[in-house]
Write a protein that binds this ligand. Structure first.
Ligand code: AMP
Length: 345
């Protein structure tokens, strides 16, 4: 990863910078969403002007049953708020409520080339997984994402490592727009408070934790205590290191990584030392991790269940968010139309 692909606070002290990010309402929120994105949102809402969006239009690329969209959108909102997002500090809104997005997406599509879109890793993955649904929306996903980000002229985008390539594409589209029509947009950068963008691994020892891959390898905020225990206890291990100071295999490294995220540092160090002394019992490690996970997840689950019972509250948040995001979008689009030359009267 090059040094310039994301920024952390040391090289971003500009508190006037605008922050934007989104989460698709395609499933329950999980630990990867939290540590890759939401944890940063919560800190950023105190320092910057923030726009956080439920990316409901993005979710249409995979043809979900749209009857469940409303419930999914409400749930993502509730889960984000339960994690600590504050609608009084940040603008929380739904992508489909900002009608200008479709217009900006159209202009940007004229600046995006087939070759680069086809090379996008996420596009290639989705096309391989669903060869019967390789639609143009899927291909131009990074273009729509760019429209979402620059709609608020945002420059900081808190996302996980999986979004790195999309952000690079967003910068390319912005550079092309500015070059062709004049400087309208800042170049967006991926942001993380840590030194590196985060990738939370799955419990099966392969790839990242995600909504769609393997449910037993993903820890959701909706999981009950028993299910969390079951998932953690099923995580892949082996019979343990045969010599002191061995290198941890990937699947063991992943378990330690998860422990680092939710357990106390002395607990982590205890098990790390035991591993290095080739004297570790993985059963104990996983039991400890399961209990620490439960301590982390259960309060968020309970809070989001309570929020979900209050439809009026959620509707109020969406309306307030739509108004604020809509005002910002209208201002940007005025600049965009003028820059392009679409101002005839
Ligand atoms: P998605 O669930 O794909 O809409 O992603 C929402 C946000 O969560 C994005 O910023 C992703 O980068 C982040 N994210 C999703 N999965 C992970 C993961 N396993 N590790 C780190 N960040 C993640």
């Amino acid at each position: 990863m090059s040094e310039t692909t994301h920024i952390s606070p040391s090289n971003s002290s500009d508190t006037t910078a605008i922050v934007m990010s989104g989460i698709r309402p395609t499933g329950y929120l999980h630990l990867g969403n939290y540590f890759g994105a939401i944890r940063n949102y919560i800190k950023m809402q105190d320092e910057f002007t923030c726009y956080f969006m439920v990316a409901d239009l993005h979710s249409l690329t995979t043809h979900p049953d749209t009857k469940s969209l409303k419930a999914n959108v409400q749930r993502v909102l509730a889960e984000n708020i339960a994690c600590g997002l504050d609608p009084d500090k940040a603008c929380l809104y739904c992508q489909s409520h900002v009608y200008e997005t479709g217009e900006l997406y159209l202009y940007l599509n004229m600046l995006a080339y087939l070759g680069e879109l086809e090379k996008t890793v996420t596009f290639k993955e989705k096309a391989r997984q669903h060869p019967d649904n390789v639609n143009a929306g899927l291909l131009t996903y990074p273009v729509l994402q760019t429209a979402d980000i620059i709609m608020h002229r945002a420059s900081l985008v808190p996302v996980g490592k999986d979004q790195e390539q999309h952000l690079e594409m967003a910068r390319n589209f912005v550079k092309r727009f500015n070059h062709r029509y004049g400087e309208v947009f800042p170049e967006p950068q991926a942001f993380n408070y840590q030194q590196h963008l985060v990738k939370v691994p799955g419990l099966d020892g392969s790839g990242k934790m995600s909504k769609s891959e393997n449910d037993m390898a993903t820890l959701y905020f909706a999981d009950d205590d028993e299910l969390i225990r079951k998932k953690v206890m099923k995580a892949k291990t082996d019979s343990g290191p045969t010599a002191p100071n061995s290198i941890k295999p990937d699947y063991i490294e992943n378990i330690f990584l998860l422990m680092k995220l939710v357990s106390a540092s002395d607990v982590y160090e205890h098990y790390d030392k035991a591993f290095n002394e080739a004297n570790i019992r993985y059963g104990d490690l996983k039991k400890q991790l399961a209990e620490d996970m439960i301590r982390f997840i259960a309060p968020i689950r309970e809070k989001s269940t309570t929020i979900l019972t209050d439809e009026k509250y959620l509707k109020g948040i969406m309306e307030k968010g739509a108004e604020m995001a809509g005002e910002s979008a209208a201002k940007t689009m005025k600049l965009v139309r003028e820059a392009i030359g679409l101002n005839y009267y």
